[in-house]
Design a protein around this ligand. Structure first.
Ligand code: ZN
Length: 148
């Protein structure tokens, strides 16, 4: 896939950054005009001729946000796709682990259960001579051949 960036995203980015820069510039200058007057004076004294710059600057910064968001939409979309893929991959690995662990536990449990059922059901005894497990009704040991 080619990394083509449509021109209108670039324009939106430029407008967004320009608004942000202008907003920060106005805000900083508005704050600078207020600083010497701070003291015990009211910070929000609207009679001061340059206090509007603070609000104007903040407003300008806020107005720049949608432009920046729209301008960076391809990058944001790409990031979303990447994170979605990562989450999918991580989930897949987790699921595989869970399934494998569960399968292991299940097969282990089945083996143990089967073994104990077999032991419980089978009518077995142990050879008097060699100790091998043999059928209870057998007359001779199937391992050592001795009579029981
Ligand atoms: Zn035997």
């Amino acid at each position: 896939m080619k990394n083509h960036k449509p021109i209108h995203f670039l324009i939106l980015k430029v407008i967004g950054f320009a608004l942000l820069a202008v907003g920060v510039f106005i805000l900083v200058n508005g704050l600078r005009t207020q600083v010497p007057d701070m003291g015990e004076d009211n910070w929000f004294d609207t009679s001061r001729d340059k206090s509007f710059m603070i609000f104007g600057g903040i407003a300008c910064c806020f107005i720049s946000l949608p432009f920046l968001l729209l301008g960076f939409r391809p990058e944001i979309a790409k990031m979303n796709v990447k994170s979605a893929k990562y989450i999918q991959q991580a989930n897949k690995e987790d699921l595989t682990d869970i399934v494998n662990d569960t399968a292991d536990i299940a097969s282990d449990a089945i083996t143990k259960t089967t073994r104990s059922i077999k032991k419980g059901l089978a009518d077995t005894m142990y050879c008097k001579h060699c100790g091998a497990e043999i059928d209870r009704d057998s007359k001779f040991c199937s391992v050592c051949g001795q009579a029981q």
